[in-house]
Design a protein around this ligand. Structure first.
Ligand SMILES: NC(=O)c1ccc[n+]([C@@H]2O[C@H](COP(=O)([O-])OP(=O)(O)OC[C@H]3O[C@@H](n4cnc5c(N)ncnc54)[C@H](OP(=O)(O)O)[C@@H]3O)[C@@H](O)[C@H]2O)c1
Length: 256
């Protein structure tokens, strides 16, 4: 992989060579967060023509290095926030503890793996799946006060930590971010999907977008990375870094 931006003097990190997981983790470090500050980063992959999935999954448009970065971003996070549809379609499993990141996580005061926080209103989820019943750290369920009580009880009985972050059945994105931060989960990562990411964007709470541009075309009617109601004035972000490997571009954009 090589660094295309920012352009600096050539050091081993900037030349085209295989990056270690440590190199990647250094490149994607969260900013220092003090005094209750939190940071919400999204990690998404898109084809050249804007598709965020192929036949309902993101794996066909991803690649080996993208998956290494995906895993590293998880390893840097306190919590991975994901929409229920992505959990259902991608068969989400709990995050695992990885030896390669153990020391880094301990030094950052983090547990062995990030918690997964599933966002759902209807709670049509199978709480007997390992994601809910057998994670290393308890899975969180972000839902609204009006969510079906029997499903909430079922989730809690399976060991899920239910966090109310909305007045009706749904979750208020701003409140979700605040509630997670209140639990000490300040290094936040969302893996979408597009309907959830669109709400974080519209609510103005997304601090950073890690976008992989996959050198593929799919045409068709796939969702793009963020959907739902648009925002009035397009929000401009600042390019923080750009890496390249095998035609894939790994960009990192931050809010100004
Ligand atoms: N390219 C990528 O990087 C990428 C990343 C992730 C996913 N994907 C793809 O995206 C597709 C799924 O994404 P999606 O956009 O359809 O769905 P999604 O955002 O993953 O999940 C939508 C679901 O999340 C829950 N939800 C969303 N906002 C909510 C709110 N404010 N309050 C309460 N619940 C809320 C609802 O769950 P309930 O229905 O349970 O109430 C809703 O049906 C899959 O094909 C997946 O492969 C691609």
């Amino acid at each position: 992989m090589r660094r295309l931006f920012p352009v600096t003097d050539q050091t081993p990190h900037e030349t085209d060579h295989e990056w270690s997981l440590d190199d990647i983790a250094d490149a994607y470090a969260y900013p220092p967060l003090t005094g209750g500050a939190h940071w919400l980063r999204a990690n998404m992959v898109s084809t050249l023509d804007g598709a965020a999935q192929h036949e309902g999954r993101s794996q066909p448009i991803s690649g080996e290095t993208d998956m290494r970065i995906f895993g590293t971003l998880r390893a840097l996070a306190d919590v991975v926030v994901v929409g229920a549809e992505t959990v259902r379609q991608e068969g989400y499993r709990p995050a695992r503890a990885r030896e390669a990141f153990a020391e880094r996580r301990t030094a950052a005061g983090q547990g062995p793996a990030p918690a997964v926080a599933v966002v759902s209103a209807g709670l049509d989820l199978d709480f007997s799946l390992p994601l809910f019943s057998a994670p290393l750290v308890p899975t969180l369920l972000l839902t609204g006060a009006g969510a079906p009580a029997d499903r909430v009880a079922e989730a809690a009985a399976a060991g899920v930590r239910v966090v109310v972050a909305g007045e009706g059945a749904g979750v208020d994105p701003q409140r979700a971010v605040r509630e997670l931060a209140g639990l000490g989960l300040v290094r936040q990562l969302t893996e979408g999907g597009p309907r959830l990411l669109g709400q974080f964007v519209a609510a103005g709470v997304l601090d950073e977008l890690c976008l992989t541009v996959s050198p593929m075309l799919t045409a068709g009617t796939a969702q793009r990375i963020a959907g739902g109601p648009g925002i009035k004035v397009p929000e401009r972000l600042e390019l923080a870094s750009l890496l390249e490997e095998a035609g894939f571009l790994f960009s990192r954009y931050r809010r100004f």
